[in-house]
Ligand binder design. Structure first.
Ligand SMILES: Nc1ncnc2c1ncn2[C@@H]1O[C@H](COP(=O)(O)OP(=O)(O)O)[C@@H](O)[C@H]1O
Ligand SMILES: Cc1cn([C@H]2C[C@H](O)[C@@H](COP(=O)(O)OP(=O)(O)O)O2)c(=O)[nH]c1=O
Length: 206
């Protein structure tokens, strides 16, 4: 049995911002405090949603198709993994959630935000993360980090202007939900970034 009710924490930011580098450390930190933790990601997190992820990251498609696929993956993920975990009292740490759709499909692709609002309502039925950690850094710095780290997927091949719109999309969501969002300056060295995350978990997640 968990000693506190579960929390749903999402990790967001443009590609190369540092989410993956910190999510396992955050999970270990929470586990050390006696909680059961589920680490998961979007698009993905279930057998079906991982298949949809492969399509979204690999196949050319129009923005509406892309949007419907990420929300279909999210629906399955919520029903199969996230809601059952929260009902058990587990903590769910999720590498990206719906803010990514507003940032990438809304900001990056220019897709209609009012349609995204409606899909969010239908798919999530009011479910939102308790805390969203937004790793923010300038697109050129993220591009340098990515270039040093891995081969690009369909999104990572986009130009700087695309990632500037994605970043602006995150900034808009942050302004709309300041109680939920926490911005971390991830241009800082890794240890400083981790320190900020730890402080955030101590003060806003517990
Ligand atoms: N604070 C940091 N300073 C410098 N490099 C970093 C920092 N955080 C992460 N990196 C490196 O940047 C690259 C992208 O980080 P990653 O965690 O994969 O980003 P994301 O999951 O947000 O796409 C990796 O090579 C990682 O080692
Ligand atoms: C969740 C989500 C992700 N994405 C994109 C952003 C990322 O470029 C990609 C996968 O995210 P991510 O897991 O961060 O990629 P990686 O494992 O390569 O670090 O999917 C969307 O466009 N919309 C969404 O709703």
């Amino acid at each position: 049995m968990s000693s506190t009710p579960g929390r749903f924490i999402s990790f967001e930011g443009i590609d190369g911002a540092g989410k993956s580098s910190h999510i396992e450390s955050a999970a270990a930190w929470v586990r050390d405090r006696g909680q059961t933790v589920v680490v998961t990601r979007e698009p993905g997190g279930t057998r079906l949603a991982e298949q949809l992820r492969g399509l979204v990251l690999g196949e050319a498609m129009d923005p509406l198709t892309e949007t419907l696929l990420v929300f279909a993956a999210r629906r399955d993920h919520l029903q199969v993994v996230i809601e059952p975990a929260l009902a058990r009292g587990d903590w769910v740490l999720c590498d990206r959630f719906t803010d990514a759709t507003f940032a990438y499909q809304g900001g990056g692709r220019g897709f209609d935000l009012t349609v995204l609002d409606r899909l969010e309502d239908w798919v999530q039925q009011g479910r939102q993360p308790d805390l969203t950690v937004w790793f923010d850094l300038p697109p050129p710095v993220a591009a340098e980090r990515r270039a040093a780290a891995r081969a690009p997927d369909r999104f990572e091949r986009q130009d700087e202007a695309f990632f500037t719109r994605v970043r602006d999309g995150y900034a808009r969501r942050c302004m709309q939900a300041p109680h939920r969002f926490a911005r971390i300056d991830s241009e800082h060295p890794r240890e400083a970034v981790w320190q900020s995350i730890r402080e955030l978990l101590e003060t806003r997640a517990w």
